[in-house]
Design a protein. Structure first.
Length: 138
């Protein structure tokens, strides 16, 4: 059985901006990778229940890459996204207004290939990259 893992970040931008930078493909390609030696050359996002989100993550040197895709089961604009990866893994993303901006929390079902710590670190690194990108736009 999968373990539930959570990561989060606090942003100094409004929930509206946080939502746009999270959901629009032209923004996703600028932050959806864990380290500077990786990139996200393409992303698509059909933001509706039953819609598909997809992206490609790959090493900049071309040595490795993979496709990431999920199907939305919940879309609550500016508040929450839930999607499935494959048939069993569930990802839940919440956007909460704070006194200084927005808090995003992502919780997801672990997968069996990598340790829980590796998964937590990888997802947190992507979230940190999102924060840097989003706050740089203001």
């Amino acid at each position: 059985m999968a373990t539930r893992i959570s990561v989060s970040v606090e942003l100094s931008i409004s929930p509206e901006k946080a939502w746009d930078y999270w959901t629009k493909p032209e923004h996703i390609t600028n932050w959806n990778f864990a380290s500077d030696d990786w990139c996200c050359p393409r992303a698509a996002n059909d933001l509706r229940v039953g819609g598909i989100l997809s992206s490609r993550m790959e090493a900049k040197d071309g040595s490795f890459g993979f496709d990431f895709a999920g199907t939305y089961t919940v879309v609550e604009p500016l508040q929450r996204l839930v999607f499935t990866l494959g048939e069993e893994r569930v990802v839940d993303v919440t956007f909460s207004a704070t006194a200084n901006g927005t808090r995003i929390e992502e919780s997801f079902d672990s997968e069996p290939t990598h340790s829980e710590e590796q998964q937590r670190e990888g997802w947190q690194s992507i979230l940190n990259n999102y924060k840097r990108y989003a706050e740089s736009l203001g």
